[in-house]
Ligand binder design. Structure first.
Ligand code: FAD
Length: 302
C-alpha cells in the first residue's frame, strides 16, 4: 500500500550521503516536496546501523528492507557500494546537485590504544556487521569471549554471542551497574542470556589474550584470559574525503543546526548529535529536509 506520495516535481535535486535512518527520512521528506533525491551509500545495502548494527533478534532485516523499498517506491534513488570521498568526490556532488546532505553517522569504532594491532581483538560494530552479513566462518567463535563496554552496543554483542552458542561470555564495564549506559531492559536481557557481567573495572594492560583490569575505586585487580576480545567503547565519524565544517551550537536556531559553513552543504543525524537513537535520527533527517527546502526556495511547514 502506498501511504506516502511524491510531490509535484520542483526540478531540484539533492544528494544525500549515507542511507541510515537520518538520510532515508530526509529522502522521504524531500520526495514528498517533489525534489529528486539520490542517496549514496558505501555499504551494499541501505539502512545504516539498522542493517549493519542492530542484531536480527531485535530488528528483523525484512522490516528494514520493507521500509527501504517504500522509499525507493517514492522515487528516491539509492546508489549502494559508493563511498563518497573515495569512489566519487564530494566536489563532484556539489557541482551536480542543488544541495548535499551529509548523514554519515558515526561509522568508525573508537578504540583503546592498548588494543590496537592486537590480533585477538575486534570492534563491536565490525563483529555485529559480520554477523548480520552472514560473514562469520563456521566454528569461528571460540569458547570464551571477553566483551569490554557497558553500553547498549556491548550488551548487543554479548547477547548475540550467547545466542550463537558461545559457552562463556564475560562483559567487563568501566561503569558501575547504577551508572550503566545500557538500558535496564538490555541489561536484564543480557543477564538472562547467561552473560557474566562485571562492573567498575578499567583495562590497564593486555598481553595478547590476557587482559588485566583495575577497579576504578577499590584497590582490586582482575585478570581475564579469553580466546577473543571484543571492545565496544563507542563510535566516531569518518569524514575522510568529505569537506564539511559543522557550525552548529546549542544556542543556535534549530534550523542552523543542519547548516555547515558551506551554504550548499547540510548535515544531520548521529554525525551532528553524537550517538543517539533511530527515532532521533529520523526526526533530524526530516528537519534537515525542511531546512534544505527553505534554502532551495521555500516550503510551507504543514
Ligand atoms: C549496535 C547498535 C545497536 C543500536 N541499537 C539501537 C536501538 O535498539 N534503538 C535505537 O533507537 N538506536 C539504536 N542504535 C543507534 C542508532 O542505530 C543510530 O542512532 C542511528 O542509526 C543513527 O542514524 P544515522 O542515519 O545518523 O547514521 P547511521 O545509521 O550510522 O547511517 C550512516 C550511513 O552512512 C554511510 N556512510 C558513512 N560514510 C559514508 C561515505 N563516505 N559515503 C557513503 N556512505 C557513507 C554508512 O555506511 C551508513 O549506512 C544502535 C546503534 C548500534 C551501533
Amino acid at each position: 500500500m502506498q501511504i506516502l506520495k511524491a510531490g509535484k516535481p520542483t526540478g531540484q535535486k539533492v544528494a544525500i550521503i549515507g542511507a541510515g535512518p537520518a538520510g532515508l527520512q530526509a529522502a522521504t521528506t524531500l520526495r514528498q516536496y517533489g525534489v529528486a533525491v539520490t542517496i549514496f551509500e558505501e555499504h551494499p545495502k541501505a539502512g545504516g546501523y539498522l542493517t549493519y548494527g542492530i542484531p536480527e533478534y531485535r530488528l528483523p532485516q525484512e522490516i528494514v528492507d520493507y521500509e527501504v523499498k517504500r522509499i525507493i517506491d517514492l522515487g528516491a534513488e539509492i546508489r549502494c557500494n559508493i563511498k563518497v570521498g573515495k569512489d566519487i568526490s564530494f566536489d563532484q556532488l556539489k557541482a551536480d546537485y542543488d544541495a548535499v546532505l551529509v548523514t554519515v553517522g558515526n561509522s568508525k569504532a573508537k578504540t583503546l590504544p592498548m588494543f590496537e594491532h592486537n590480533i585477538c581483538t575486534e570492534s563491536a560494530i565490525s563483529f555485529l556487521a559480520r554477523v548480520k552479513n552472514g560473514e562469520l566462518q563456521e566454528n569461528e567463535l571460540p569458547d570464551h569471549i571477553l566483551v569490554i563496554g557497558g553500553g547498549d552496543v556491548a550488551m548487543d554483542v554479548a547477547t548475540t554471542l550467547k545466542k550463537l552458542g558461545v559457552s562463556y561470555v564475560t562483559d567487563v564495564a568501566y561503569e558501575e551497574f547504577n551508572e550503566f549506559k545500557a538500558s535496564k531492559k538490555e541489561l536484564a536481557g543480557t543477564r538472562k542470556a547467561g552473560v557474566t557481567l562485571i562492573d567498575g573495572y578499567v583495562p590497564t594492560k593486555v598481553a595478547t589474550n590476557v587482559v588485566t583490569f583495575k577497579h576504578r575505586k577499590l584497590d582490586a585487580e582482575l585478570t581475564i584470559k579469553a580466546d577473543k576480545i571484543i571492545y565496544a567503547v563507542g563510535q566516531t565519524s569518518d569524514l575522510t574525503g568529505l569537506k564539511i565544517d559543522l557550525q552548529h551550537s546549542e544556542s543556535q536556531l534549530w534550523s542552523a543546526k543542519y547548516e555547515t559553513k558551506d551554504a550548499k552543504v547540510f548535515a544531520a543525524g548521529d554525525l551532528v548529535d553524537g550517538d543517539q537513537t533511530v527515532v532521533f535520527a529520523v526526526q533530524k533527517g526530516k528537519e534537515a529536509a525542511r531546512v534544505i527546502m527553505n534554502t532551495l526556495g521555500g516550503v510551507n511547514h504543514d
